[in-house]
Design a protein around this ligand. Structure first.
Ligand SMILES: C[S@@+](CC[C@H](N)C(=O)[O-])C[C@H]1O[C@@H](n2cnc3c(N)ncnc32)[C@H](O)[C@@H]1O
Length: 502
């Protein structure tokens, strides 16, 4: 890893320094990226090998304490407080005073759960043993941010957050928002997994409204109906902004490498199905100006079509829905120039780029699409529903329409002898880690499994293997033609390409 970084003249970032996108540049070097995965997988495997099994197990058993403590720090804006405190760190009493939390409670959380307990080993220059490497204890009871904790930074001033906590995530990069969603809805739902699985009425359910989430939130609808409720506006906005944070987890160019967008003729239509606020479309709009993009999502996200055609849009308009605000902030020139136009869905104007309220379980209105893009959509739905979505798209597809699904394609932890069956399809067979590591690179690949379990507790759904995807596509009239792995450094998503079976 050191050699790969030195060869590329890119420094390896210190754990003590806050995260920045520039500090991740070394990962674009495939040798460096591979080395990090092998090192992480090996380090974790070694840790489990050498710890007493009871300690290794309790590391997992007590996982909820890490989650709970992280939630306290996220909600209390400890990272922002520490940023303002500076690199010398801040005493827990001062952190608590700024966060309005009892300092003994906070100190207990910081010290005993996951703040670094650093011990300078006398035999080596400055080697630290730490617990979970989130924040750093610079002196007893004095803490500072490090690379990991800085990921929770909204970038906002503490007084701004306190003045308007409901807007904490507005206009932020979104990582803290997606972390907040996981520490809240996903965490609470996961505690009901066994109750849901052991109750005969829900044990085998594939319904998105019979999930652990339904038990946790005493909910009859789905996660999407929960977010659509008027009193859930904060969670709705946090989730939308959080999806930008997921995009930010990926290298900025990941969506550009998911498909050869430049192969599309001028004015080709790309439909971002379930595109949310348009996080992927924004990158496409900026980099592939000759295509036409339609972002489709539910009315709760897109708006009901009550907003006038927005050629001259007033950013202070109180009725502006999230996509309007999003495009205004991210790419105002595109609106001014007309490259991007946010459409009143009642309007029949032919526009170059627009958002459209559309339910993907109903017939797809766009019949001339060159690409249907579904990023992190399939995994939200169990097979019967995923099949319905794919069927609607197949019925609207032209013979040369491409279908791009972007989710995690699940590997096995061991060698998969049947993977050889997929050899005809580029990328179908995953690269395996070298022996004696787990074939799937162990914890280095953990985000895929986190995504998989998140889908289970929120939707009774899942991430899928190549075989599973291939069969599901085939049953709906699509043929899997390509799996793109390692298209972007550090990505936990693997785009899949399919074409209509003619
Ligand atoms: C996990 S998010 C992915 C958003 C976007 N593709 C991205 O990657 O940023 C799933 C999206 O599906 C949308 N959605 C859920 N049910 C839908 C439906 N029946 N029709 C259209 N969109 C739907 C949600 O509102 C949400 O924006």
């Amino acid at each position: 890893l050191e050699k790969a970084c030195a060869d590329a003249n890119l420094p390896f970032p210190s754990l003590d320094e806050p995260f920045s996108h520039a500090s991740e540049a070394f990962r674009a070097n495939p040798a460096a990226e591979e080395a990090t995965k092998v090192i992480a997988a090996a380090a974790h495997q070694l840790m489990v090998m050498v710890l007493p099994p009871s300690a290794a197990l309790y590391n997992l058993i007590s996982g909820q304490f890490k989650t709970a403590a992280l939630r306290v720090c996220l909600e209390a804006s400890v990272t922002e407080i520490l940023r303002e405190g500076g690199p010398q760190g801040m005493h827990v009493k001062d952190i608590a005073a700024k966060a309005n939390i009892d300092s003994e409670e906070l100190g207990g959380l910081l010290c005993s759960l996951f703040f670094c307990r650093c011990f300078l080993l006398k035999t080596t220059a400055s080697t630290y043993l730490a617990t979970h490497h989130v924040y750093k204890e610079v002196l007893p009871d004095v803490f500072a941010n490090n690379r990991v904790s800085s990921m929770l930074d909204t970038g906002k001033a503490v007084h701004e957050i306190h003045a308007s906590p409901e807007n904490k995530h507005e206009n932020t990069p979104g990582f803290a928002a997606i972390a907040g969603h996981h520490l809240d809805e996903v965490f609470k739902s996961s505690t009901y997994l066994w109750e849901n699985m052991s109750d005969p009425t829900t044990a085998n359910s594939l319904e998105a409204n019979e999930t652990p989430l339904n038990r946790a939130f005493n909910l009859t609808g789905t996660f999407w109906t929960l977010l659509g409720q008027p009193d859930q506006a904060y969670r709705q906005r946090r989730f939308g902004i959080g999806m930008k944070g997921v995009a930010a987890l990926e290298p900025a160019d990941a969506i550009l490498k998911a498909f050869d967008w430049n192969s599309l003729p001028k004015d080709s239509v790309v439909v971002d199905v379930g595109g949310g606020v348009g996080a992927s479309s924004l990158t496409l709009a900026k980099n592939v100006p000759d295509i036409r993009i339609v972002v489709q999502d539910l009315p709760a996200v897109i708006g009901e079509g009550t907003i006038p055609v927005c050629v001259k849009i007033d950013p202070s308009h109180t009725k502006l829905t999230m996509p309007f605000k999003f495009w205004f902030k991210q790419m105002p020139d595109a609106l001014a120039s007309g490259q991007v136009t946010l459409q009143d869905t009642m309007s029949k104007r032919v526009l170059t780029w627009y958002h459209e309220a559309h339910d993907f379980f109903t017939p797809q209105p766009i019949k001339n699409a060159s690409v249907f893009l579904l990023k992190q959509i399939m995994h939200d739905w169990s097979d019967p529903y995923a099949v319905k979505i794919l069927t609607q798209l197949r019925q609207a597809a032209q013979p040369d329409t491409k279908l791009i699904l972007i989710d995690s394609v699940m590997p096995f932890a061991c060698h998969d002898p049947s993977a050889d069956d997929g050899k005809g399809i580029p990328g179908a067979v995953p690269k395996e880690a070298p022996n004696p590591l787990l074939a799937n690179y162990g914890v280095a690949n953990e985000l895929s499994y986190i995504a998989d379990l998140t889908m289970l507790v929120l939707f009774n759904s899942q991430e899928r293997t190549v075989k599973h995807l291939s069969e599901m596509l085939h049953s709906t009239g699509w043929r899997l033609t390509k799996v793109i792995r390692d298209h972007a450094a550090g990505s936990f998503l693997q785009p899949v390409e399919a074409v209509p079976i003619i």
